[in-house]
Unconditional design. Structure first.
Length: 280
């Protein structure tokens, strides 16, 4: 009956994705059915780790993270975890030979959020983004290329840049909560309490460069099973960036940017037309 438990575990990861991120869930639903489950499984793992460090304020976060990591490795060694999110994730890790270096880099960045609040140098900033976002893009790419090592090597830089762009958009969108609630400042050499037009534009330009590189060198070259879904996520985040760009720097702390449901559907329809016309 292990197959039934695995199915339930996969369903749990899908439910986590749908409840925590309707936008990402919409993008995953446009992937080929052959790879959707594994992307849900990756999202469930990274979402739970992120929740531990960002929202479980009434609990011992460090202890929770220690148990989460321990239970993952125990489940991977045994081939089963009674935590359905970890059970589904370890299946995906084993199925696509996702290197442990990626999981360790991700967990290192998550654990940094337990105690580190300010990133003073670009090196610290880049290392955090690599672990919190770039490797997530690489995990997904492992699924997308389905064991094609040459294709993985060709696309990995673009996957990392896309992960970076997504994370930096999140940083900018969540500036108020990160700075005022969690006391975190990710952008080096920028006083978020006095964010000015020049500093904000530097961040925007950096994200645009990441997006442009990822689109030209990665998204356009993805396998058919993944291309439209990744393109949808790209379009959604570029739309968020456009809206963030339009908010004056002095108001960005007090403005919660989101994409309305009608706009999401509009983006989906327009993106689908471009995809079917082979414009991407």
């Amino acid at each position: 009956m292990k197959e039934l438990f695995d199915t339930v575990s996969n369903d749990c990861s899908k439910l986590v994705t749908e409840k925590y991120s309707t936008s990402f869930s919409m993008a995953v639903n446009t992937l080929s059915p052959k790879i959707r489950t594994d992307i849900y499984n990756i999202y469930g793992f990274v979402r739970f780790a992120d929740e531990i460090v960002d929202t479980f304020h009434a609990y011992d976060k460090e202890l929770l993270m220690t148990h989460f990591e321990r239970d993952y490795y125990m489940g991977k060694e045994m081939g089963i975890s009674l935590n359905p999110i970890l059970n589904s994730f370890q299946q995906t890790v084993n199925r696509y030979n996702i290197p442990d270096e990626m999981i360790q880099a991700f967990l290192k960045s998550m654990k940094a959020d337990l105690h580190k609040t300010v990133y003073e140098t670009k090196e610290e900033y880049d290392a955090y983004i690599y672990g919190s976002a770039d490797v997530v893009g690489l995990m997904c790419l492992k699924v997308f290329v389905n064991g094609d090592d040459a294709q993985f090597e060709e696309l990995k830089d673009a996957a990392m840049r896309l992960g970076s762009a997504f994370q930096k958009v999140n940083f900018l969108r969540d500036l108020k909560d990160d700075y005022e609630v969690l006391n975190r400042s990710y952008f080096p050499n920028i006083d978020l309490g006095k964010l000015n037009t020049v500093s904000k534009q530097l961040i925007i330009d950096e994200i645009k460069a990441d997006f442009d590189f990822a689109f030209t060198n990665g998204i356009l070259k993805l396998p058919a099973e993944a291309k439209f879904g990744v393109y949808m996520a790209y379009r959604y985040y570029r739309r968020l960036l456009t809206k963030l760009d339009s908010v004056p720097s002095e108001k960005i702390m007090d403005t919660r940017i989101r994409i309305s449901d009608p706009m999401k559907l509009n983006l989906l329809a327009r993106s689908y037309v471009k995809y079917k016309l082979k414009m991407i």
